[in-house]
Design a protein around this ligand. Structure first.
Ligand SMILES: [Zn+2]
Length: 162
């Protein structure tokens, strides 16, 4: 089990690292893409309990964690924002879940569970620490980069006057 916060933080950190985006939109798209697959807990579980759905693909980490659903999710989110950010969100979600028990990647072709069983607590903590460090470093870099640029601009103005 991976915490929703780990999926969100990791997707944002990866967007920052890979896309170097300053606009909020790609981060929002990545967060949606990284969060939506776990909606299967709320969407399908009640229907399974009521007997409307049957089979392992409808449980958590089933059909909504497949490559097919991921491709559909990327296509839909691409209508509203960055396709690359949507891909980052979906892939980061599937990778984290792959490492912490597995996902049914190939539904509907194969209902098998693919993945590893690395401790979920270790994976959650590691993902959150790495992601938070990347995001914090990005914020610090952004803050000091603007200060350095403004200081250089002041120096250039001073040199022009002399
Ligand atoms: Zn998941």
């Amino acid at each position: 089990m991976v915490a929703d916060g780990a999926h969100i933080l990791l997707s944002m950190a990866l967007v920052y690292l890979l896309l170097r985006e300053r606009r909020p939109e790609p981060y929002f798209v990545a967060v949606l893409a990284a969060s939506i697959p776990d909606a299967d807990k709320f969407v399908f579980t009640p229907l399974v309990r009521l007997g409307y759905l049957d089979g392992v693909v409808w449980f958590h980490r089933g059909v909504m964690h497949s490559l097919l659903f991921g491709a559909i999710l990327v296509a839909v989110l691409s209508l509203f924002g960055s396709r690359r950010a949507a891909i980052i969100g979906v892939v980061s979600h599937l990778c984290l879940d792959f490492l912490t028990g597995g996902v049914r990647l190939l539904v509907p072709l194969d209902n098998g569970l693919y993945g590893l069983e690395i401790g979920w607590l270790l994976t959650n903590v590691a993902a959150m620490v790495v992601a938070a460090t990347i995001l914090f470093a990005g914020l610090v870099d952004r803050r000091y980069r603007s200060r350095i640029r403004s200081a250089l601009a002041r120096l250039a103005l001073r040199e022009q006057r002399e």
